[in-house]
Write a protein that binds this ligand. Structure first.
Ligand SMILES: Nc1ncnc2c1ncn2[C@@H]1O[C@H](COP(=O)(O)OP(=O)(O)OP(=O)(O)O)[C@@H](O)[C@H]1O
Length: 580
């Protein structure tokens, strides 16, 4: 919470101070009205003169109007400050999250990041409003009320003072108990978001595999957990309100009894008792309001901590100093030098991988599922750091490059990449302000022109979220066009052609060779036909390179490669095979 208050609210301290002034003045007005009423009853009415009654009545009305206007102004200012501050928090959080390394995202998890950006920032927004409204008004009404009641009738004020510690104790005990309950609830909500996200994303496969009942049970379990935690937390804080009401009513009864004795003995007056009862209600409402703040505080603290944790999350992938190396191997655009990597730092997922690619060359990577193909690409784009060895681009260790500079070199199509709810053109451009010509060229090379031209608005056609109004192959072509559009130095295609038929795949590769001759290409493919003409082919098995070379060489030297080739293209598959 400290960061939110000292960093994010700091620019609003001035506006908040003005708001506090209005709230303070408005509250003081509300506070003096019962005293004026007591004065009118006990001292003005007995005079039997109209003028003083109208005078003091007028003062009461003015106080009420000023109080109302000032409170409205203060509330509106509080709402604006809360919205503006939350906007900045959300902006900073999103700006941080969008540059998270994969390691950071793995640590915080995606559902948790989503709820930090949505639910947690909303809770902070509510808290900022309440602090400025109740947080100012309640203490003024409480302290001001106590002072006035002490001056009105010190004896009666003792009733009030006797009840206060009981109320404070209730609030402290309940808050202590509820704080960890709300933190646990927030965590359960993260799990809930994860399950909902998985179910909605995977709704097709869930139906296809008749897993609906299983998923329903899984959802019910997490839903019940959230409900139970919510119930427990709410039941705990639910004690506060009725307990406060009991205190209020017992206090009022005591005031009436003690006050009645006072009036009978002539030590007190009816107007004072009336005013006292109003102050009593005001004070106890102030305590109730403060208790609501205390009730919200643990939730807001938990949310603020979660937001701060994401904001302060350190990127383990620091940019290293780059000592200029005159012997740097600039001729080799991409170089893997004995690279070893493990996600869990126990079992290696890639072991001693080495290869070099010159500008314009193509590398094909093939291997069974889980062999480490995507991992190799993740390392190349420094989504994770190597454990041993080095990856360099144009002779420079990628760990010494600014992440933006590094990523600008790439055009990438990953498996299941995202299509956004935007036009085809915007999906390809992706905010990079590319020229219309570059986008058109990319559409043609990706083999997307025919279906884009069929759309009513051509490349201005609006796509639905995740490209739901496109076929699998059409989506793939849009993603390929996106990767090509900025004419990248290195084009990475992770199983990008799997949704294309053989013929389109071949046409696509030919178009890339013709139009992006200088681009170095890395293709991860399941199909031999997609990579057999590559300058180099890397065969991976369990993270180890079991074959490296051209198609012809591998057909002779690598048994696994030969087997894959035969299983896909028949035993006659060799260097002379006619391309499909
Ligand atoms: N974020 C991750 N955390 C932990 N382990 C991971 C992570 N990503 C991948 N792995 C593991 O690393 C290994 C290699 O995965 P990778 O995705 O590189 O395989 P792949 O060859 O691309 O497979 P596929 O062809 O199925 O996409 C697998 O055993 C996988 O379980």
């Amino acid at each position: 919470m400290k960061k939110i208050i000292t960093e994010y609210l700091k620019p609003f301290y001035g506006r908040m101070a003005i708001g506090v002034f209005f709230k303070f003045t408005g509250s003081i007005m509300d506070l003096i009205i019962p005293s004026i009423l007591a004065l009118i009853i006990d001292q003005v009415i007995p005079l039997n003169q109209k003028a003083p009654i109208f005078y003091w009545g007028g003062v009461m009305v003015i106080c009420a109007i000023v109080g109302m206007v000032f409170n409205i102004i203060a509330n509106r200012m509080a709402a604006r400050v809360a919205s503006d501050a939350t906007e900045i928090i959300r902006h900073d959080l999103f700006a941080r999250v969008i540059y998270f390394s994969n390691h950071q995202m793995d640590t915080l998890t995606k559902p948790s990041v989503i709820s930090r950006l949505t639910a947690d920032t909303y809770i902070i927004h509510q808290m900022i409003i309440r602090i400025q409204r109740l947080g100012v008004r309640a203490p003024i009404m409480l302290v001001g009320g106590i002072i006035i009641t002490m001056t009105l009738d010190p004896g009666l004020a003792m009733v009030l003072i006797g009840i206060m510690p009981v109320m404070m104790l209730i609030i402290i005990l309940v808050s202590r108990k509820s704080m960890p309950l709300f933190a646990g609830l927030q965590q359960a909500l993260d799990g809930f978001v994860r399950v909902v996200r998985e179910d909605i994303n995977g709704i097709r496969v869930i139906k296809a595999l008749s897993k609906t009942d299983y998923e329903k049970n899984r959802f019910d379990t997490i839903n019940t957990d959230v409900v139970n935690r919510e119930k427990k937390a709410r039941m705990t804080v639910a004690v506060i309100s009725p307990a406060m009401n009991i205190c209020l009513n017992l206090g009022l009864v005591s005031v009436v009894v003690v006050g009645a004795y006072g009036v009978n003995n002539g030590t007190s007056e009816v107007g004072i008792i009336l005013a006292f009862m109003t102050y009593f209600t005001i004070i106890l409402h102030a305590v109730l309001a403060l208790s609501k703040l205390f009730e919200m505080w643990p939730k807001a603290t938990a949310s603020a901590d979660r937001i701060t944790q994401a904001l302060d999350s350190v990127d383990a992938l620091a940019v290293l100093e780059w000592p200029e190396d005159p012997e740097a191997d600039a001729a080799n655009l991409v170089k893997f030098d004995n690279v070893t990597f493990s996600y869990n730092k126990e079992e290696p997922n890639l072991t001693n991988i080495s290869f070099t690619l010159k500008k314009g060359e193509t590398l094909g990577i093939i291997g069974e599922t889980g062999a480490g193909k995507t991992t190799l690409l993740n390392l190349l784009m420094r989504l994770y750091d190597v454990d041993e060895g080095k990856i360099s681009i144009a002779g420079r260790d990628i760990r010494s490059m600014d992440p933006r500079e590094l990523h600008q070199k790439f055009g990438v199509v990953f498996q299941n990449d995202m299509i956004f709810e935007a036009t085809i053109e915007e999906n390809i451009d992706l905010g990079r302000n590319l020229s219309k010509e570059a986008i058109k060229k990319a559409i043609v090379c990706a083999g997307a022109k025919a279906f884009v031209d069929e759309k009513a608005d051509k490349s201005g056609e609006q796509l639905t979220i995740k490209g739901a109004n496109l076929s699998g192959g059409q989506k793939q072509r849009i993603l390929i066009a996106r990767a090509l559009a900025a004419s990248p130095e290195i084009l990475v295609l992770d199983d990008a052609s799997s949704a294309l038929d053989y013929q389109t795949d071949a046409v696509f590769r030919k178009a890339i060779k013709e139009n992006f001759g200088d681009t170095t290409i890395i293709i991860v493919a399941q199909r031999i036909s997609s990579i057999r003409h590559a300058d180099h082919i890397l065969v991976l098995e369990d993270g180890v390179a079991i074959g490296y070379g051209k198609h012809k060489h591998l057909m002779k030297s690598c048994e696994i490669y030969r087997e894959i080739s035969h299983s896909q293209m028949g035993v006659s598959s060799d260097a002379t095979i006619t391309e499909i």
